[in-house]
Design a protein around this ligand. Structure first.
Ligand SMILES: [Zn+2]
Length: 414
């Protein structure tokens, strides 16, 4: 019955979307979701359902109102400045701190399923009518009243030069001299799925990412890695939650850009790729029944092959297994192997909805890369190692690996 209920819910959402939406607009409430989930009854027991009253959930399906995560994404990108923080140099230089790297990052992460196009109908600085100070923007500031004012003023300043109906998301690249240094306070923020945002050209500006300052740690890597705050913020517009907590990256480490977006490049977890529709149902296995089954997993960064084994614990939580190795967006992997983590649809953004299990606890990790949470860098399991959850009768054994970096795992449920 649960399965039927879940499928009915998916259908209802799809109907709601098709009756209320235009297409390809900032407001378009496309439901991003796993390709083939509704069709594949074998995967239904592994649907992680969302808890009630969760702001941003790991659960499926992603609620409507977020931006499309497959196909072509049109990202309106505006560079803004203020009378008390005038833009220094060319606005397009600010744009090039983030592009084309962000487009490339999404193309690689999505195996070509998301074609991100950043568009700049206004190539100079767009001057806001009030000084930066007047908007009262600080870390954690809510949408009202400061951001609402800023968006309204931006829409008015853009005037006839921008037709907001032509875009799926808005990027606001604020001049770096407005506000504090990102070394002291990170102001960058996204308001996503925000149906009461100010309306422009008849559509609400519902999915908007604001980037401030520069995430430059002085290690000399800014030109190469400083863009990474933008794919993090944009991933919120697809409905992904923050995986770092008040204690920082200790829950997921550098295994997902929603956990850590400074330093060396990193990818998204396989769960996120599934949630965003970047994996086929045939690349995901669901170990829901009693007994033992073996699975082959190929490294997450390589297109094609088996990517994710889900081992459900409840209707709202599941273990996930995937192979991580160096390649693609995964730059800092120092111990290739099988990453094991738990996804919980009832835990909200920033409170630890994903937890990675560390195969080598208190080892200090294997990385020396700056801005990479060290302890979890050697969290992966390798052949001969076993993960056990005796409470749920679940055992995962890593059997072997081959010359192509594929791994075989055995999942046993008692
Ligand atoms: Zn975030």
């Amino acid at each position: 019955m649960r399965r039927v209920a879940a499928l009915a819910a998916v259908t209802a959402l799809t109907l709601a979307v098709s009756t209320s939406a235009g297409t390809g607009h900032l407001s378009a409430p496309t439901t991003a979701g796993p390709v083939g989930l509704a069709r594949s009854s074998a995967l239904a027991p592994c649907t992680v359902h969302a808890g009630l009253d969760i702001q941003m959930t790991e659960g499926l399906p992603t609620p409507h109102g977020y931006a499309r995560s497959t196909g072509t994404l049109h990202a309106l990108t505006l560079m803004v400045d203020f009378s008390d923080a005038p833009g220094e140099g060319n606005a397009m230089d600010r744009f090039h701190e983030f592009f084309p790297q962000t487009e490339r990052w999404f193309r690689t992460a999505s195996y070509g399923r998301l074609r991100y196009q950043a568009l700049t109908p206004i190539s100079g600085w767009l001057r806001m009518p009030k000084p930066f100070k007047a908007y009262g923007i600080e870390r954690g500031a809510p949408f009202d009243p400061g951001y609402r004012e800023l968006v309204k003023d931006m829409v008015a300043a853009a005037g006839q030069k921008v037709d907001f109906r032509s875009y799926d998301i808005l990027n606001v690249l604020v001049t770096p001299n407005a506000g504090p240094s990102a070394l002291d306070t990170v102001l960058s923020v996204t308001f996503a799925g925000n149906g009461d945002a100010p309306v422009a050209d008849g559509v609400p500006v519902a999915n908007a990412s604001f980037i401030y300052s520069r995430q430059d740690d002085g290690s000399g890597s800014y030109a190469r890695t400083g863009y990474r705050v933008l794919p993090h913020e944009n991933s919120h517009t697809f409905g992904l939650p923050d995986l770092y907590t008040q204690e920082g990256g200790g829950a997921v480490g550098h295994w997902d850009i929603m956990s850590e977006d400074w330093g060396a490049d990193n990818d998204l977890l396989g769960w996120h790729k599934w949630k965003l529709g970047w994996l086929d149902g045939s690349q995901v296995a669901c170990a829901a029944t009693r007994g033992s089954s073996e699975y082959q997993l190929t490294p997450l960064y390589k297109p094609g092959g088996g990517k994710l084994v889900l081992v459900p614990v409840s209707a709202q939580s599941s273990y996930a297994l995937e192979v991580r190795a160096q390649g693609g967006n995964d730059e800092a992997v120092c111990r290739p192997g099988v990453l094991i983590y738990k996804v919980d649809g009832t835990i909200d953004t920033g409170r630890g909805p994903v937890t990675v299990y560390d195969s080598h606890r208190n080892s200090g990790g294997c990385t020396r890369s700056p801005n990479v949470q060290a302890e979890l860098s050697d969290a992966t399991f390798t052949p001969g190692e076993t993960f056990k959850d005796p409470g749920h009768g679940i055992t995962v054994e890593i059997l072997d690996t081959d010359a192509d970096g594929n791994y075989r795992v055995r999942v046993t449920r008692g």
